[in-house]
Design a protein around this ligand. Structure first.
Ligand code: NAD
Length: 415
């Protein structure tokens, strides 16, 4: 097994450095884009249900706010350390710029496994975290959202705790429950946006959308909504994997039934509508499109040579190592990059924020239409640049995002 020597931040930095070279960015601008503007590490002592006090470590990294308030999710995961949170914060900066949303980039996290805590413990950890970073937050400062291991309930607790210190202000977080000012369509938005990008790209690449065979790694918020919407659009979900196993059916899984099963059992493992396999078998399932929708570094030099897909759709953040990216390129397998594909989440977060500020709510139909407009515009810009320059989709997407942030730095007169 090859040892991965670089950190997540170094991987993401590599991609930025290449973009900066291609764009010929001045040294002063480069420095401002590499270093996060602010980082906070907090210790979170929390009383557990059994009476013990446990201390969790949390982070908020604010990478760049030149185009608007910091924006980025909060992740609860045992590996949500400083390095990972930093890497994800910078990806948010390029993503909001690529989607042309008036936000900067940030990310937060707590090093914990949410599955091992009770609901009451998660509530207390979330409130302690919010209290510890509240001076960085605000509707025009930094606006968190859900990410891996967190959800609408987490955002409700954050909003409530922030409100107890600063007064009622739902626009301080997005991805809230609809009953508390969340936006219609937010929960499905990342998966829906990924389907919109995929549909456009398949048409451009001359691939048939109806009946296309899709394998999805991850069946949480992003993976499950992606699978449901892709299924509705007539694609065939031939395999789905989560941490506990995978389930495959060459004729296409019954996704609504799988969703009900996963909701009840909190895993896809054991679903009887297909063959049950190991988690890692997802990388050898015969498919047209492979969709990593779980976590970072899923596609590596170990599985990229043999991945049987014709196209990769990065619904997760940073799921492809630079080595795997190079291998897929050599094999002629296009990779639609994370900062484009999963931009639907932050786009609808932006809609939620604007609705909260206006104290007005949009219908789900309007949300989905506006999402379609924005994410397809971003895809078209990326595809056009890739066509004109011969760059990969990732290179084209990075160049567009980085150039917009660099331009904002120049206009503000920082350097
Ligand atoms: P989640 O916690 O809801 O679900 C994660 C899923 O991945 C679970 O099904 C889990 O079992 C599975 N998983 C974890 N490790 C795995 C492994 N090694 N092999 C197979 N499956 C594995 O998380 P999510 O919110 O769906 O986020 C998934 C990815 O999408 C992350 O990279 C996240 O940063 C990114 N993302 C999420 C959003 C959002 O709106 N939630 C927005 C943009 C990007």
């Amino acid at each position: 097994m090859a040892i991965k020597e670089r950190s997540a931040q170094e991987d993401v930095r590599l991609s930025f450095d290449c973009a900066a070279d291609r764009l010929g960015l001045p040294q002063g601008v480069c420095i401002m884009l590499v270093e996060p503007w602010r980082e906070l590490r907090v210790s979170l002592p929390v009383r557990m249900d059994d009476g013990r006090v446990e201390v969790f470590i949390g982070y908020r990294v604010q990478h760049n706010a030149v185009r608007g308030p910091y924006k980025g999710g909060v992740r609860y995961h045992p590996h949500a350390d400083e390095d990972e949170v930093r890497a994800l914060a910078s990806l948010m900066t390029w993503k909001t710029a690529l989607l042309d949303i008036p936000f900067g980039g940030a990310k937060g996290g707590i090093e914990l496994d949410p599955h091992t805590l009770s609901e009451a413990e998660l509530n207390r950890v979330t409130r302690r975290y919010t209290r510890s970073i509240q001076h960085l937050l605000g509707p025009h400062r930094d606006i968190p959202a859900p990410d891996m291991g967190t959800n609408a309930q987490t955002m409700a607790w954050m909003m409530d705790e922030y409100g107890q210190m600063h007064g009622y202000n739902p626009s301080v977080v997005t991805g809230k429950p609809v009953e508390l000012g969340g936006s219609a369509g937010r929960e499905a938005a990342t998966g829906r946006g990924a389907v919109f990008v995929l549909t456009e790209a398949m048409r451009d690449l001359g691939m048939q959308v109806k009946g296309a065979r899709i394998a999805v790694q991850g069946f949480g918020n992003v993976g499950s909504w992606f699978a449901r919407i892709a299924h509705e659009e007539g694609m065939r979900i031939v395999a789905v994997a989560d941490l506990n196993g995978s389930v495959c059916n060459a004729n296409g899984l019954d996704v609504p039934a799988l969703t009900d099963y996963a909701r009840e059992h909190r895993t896809v493992a054991g679903f009887t509508g297909g063959e049950n396999c190991r988690t890692e078998d997802i990388f050898s399932v015969d498919c047209d499109v492979f969709v990593p929708a779980a976590m970072e570094n899923a596609l590596t030099e170990e599985n990229a040579w043999t991945l049987p897909a014709k196209l990769v759709l990065e619904a997760a953040n940073h799921p492809t190592t630079p080595e795997a990216d190079r291998i897929l390129r050599e094999r002629g397998i296009p990779v639609l990059p994370d900062i484009l594909v999963n931009g639907g989440g932050v786009t609808v977060s932006y809609f939620e924020w604007t609705q909260n500020l206006q104290q007005f709510s949009w219908s789900e139909e309007r949300v989905n239409e506006e999402l379609h407009k924005r994410i397809v515009a971003a895809y078209c810009a990326v595809a056009k640049k890739a066509r004109e320059t011969g760059y990969t989709f990732r290179e084209a997407a990075m160049d567009i995002g980085v150039e917009r942030v660099a331009r904002a730095i120049e206009l503000r007169g920082f350097v």
